[in-house]
Design a protein around this ligand. Structure first.
Ligand code: NAP
Length: 292
């Protein structure tokens, strides 16, 4: 019997829990939490994703504005926009889509987001603080922001009562805001983590020996049944489109699901939880800034 690690129920629970907190902020400060988002308009997928996030904000009473950059926006100009938002009393939270245009020095941008408004935890200060922590209790008890996708993976596992302690986990993908922080959080929960990437040799062998696989590589249906261990747990972070234009993950869900003990679907797994974690961080940021 395979458990489907769905994320929609958890996502709704998190969103519902935010409503009274938003009402309290409005009552005490006469305005709701406010997100300022910046989208790279030539990257259609990230614009669509950001619009979805803004719609989710508005549904629970968070206000938002969205501005666009394009490939003619230089690093200096984007830094000024980010600096303005970082000090603006109206903006509680700042979110910038990734990837940025190639001509922009991404690191300079992340580092100019005020860390207390950096709700996706991409700045060096927030990432650095997370990596300094030795265990999850220390991470959870701190007041910095963790990248929402990595946090969503952990929240999804906890919601489904999956303890990673002592498990051999392979994380596929080593991006600074998805793969690496996910590997760190799992390790902070006492999993033994192998971080795999495009140059990893004998990937199938590695996955075949793993109790759990978390995939964040962006390759549709890349992981097939012959690559995974019988009874293992699979978490699919990948958001891709198949040859018919249908959303799918990195894991070939239909092919793999009867072989494993648990698997998260795409859509409906990590994605909705990531969105909810982002909403939660916007509210948290407003609460911290207004010292509720
Ligand atoms: P990214 O920055 O492009 O990183 C992709 C990573 O995958 C890289 O580390 C790359 O290795 C590795 N990789 C690529 N091909 C591989 C292969 N054949 N075998 C092993 N590793 C391979 O992407 P990202 O921003 O981390 O996002 C990854 C995926 O997660 C995307 O599909 C994205 O849409 C999705 N995503 C989902 C959510 C959600 O909430 N569900 C949120 C964010 C992102 P190298 O380092 O060697 O190049």
């Amino acid at each position: 019997m395979t458990t489907i690690l769905e994320g929609k129920t958890l996502s709704s629970q998190i969103s519902s829990s935010l409503k009274p907190r938003i009402e309290k902020l409005i009552q005490n400060y006469n305005r709701p939490p406010h997100l300022s988002a910046i989208a790279y308009k030539e990257d259609e997928a990230s614009v669509v994703y950001l619009k979805k996030e803004i719609a989710a904000c508005e549904k629970i009473g968070i206000t938002a504005d969205m501005s666009y950059i394009d490939s003619s926006t230089g690093t200096g100009r984007l830094i000024s926009i980010v600096e303005e938002l970082s000090v603006s009393p109206k903006t509680d939270a700042v979110l910038i889509t990734r990837p940025l245009p190639k001509n922009i020095e991404a690191m300079d941008i992340w580092d100019n987001i005020n860390p207390v408004k950096d709700i996706d935890g991409v700045s060096t200060i927030n990432l650095g603080r997370m990596f300094q922590c030795r265990n999850f209790t220390e991470i959870a008890g701190n007041s910095f922001f963790i990248p929402c996708t990595a946090l969503a993976v952990i929240r999804l596992l906890q919601y489904h009562n999956i303890d990673v302690k002592g498990k051999n986990v392979s994380v596929l993908g080593r991006s600074p805001t998805v793969g690496k922080p996910t590997a760190h959080l799992l390790s902070s929960l006492d999993a033994t983590v192998t971080l795999c990437h495009s140059k990893t040799q004998n990937l199938a062998e590695m996955l075949g020996a793993s109790d759990m696989v978390v995939s964040a590589i962006g390759k549709p249906k890349f992981i097939t049944a012959d690559m995974v261990k019988q009874g293992s747990i699979l978490i699919d972070v990948g958001t891709n489109w198949d040859e018919n234009g249908k959303m799918c993950g990195d894991i070939d869900f239909e092919n793999v699901k009867s072989k494993v003990s648990a698997i998260s679907p795409v859509p409906g797994g990590v994605g909705p939880v990531t969105l909810a974690c982002l909403l939660e961080n916007i509210v948290l940021s407003a609460e911290r800034m207004r010292k509720v």
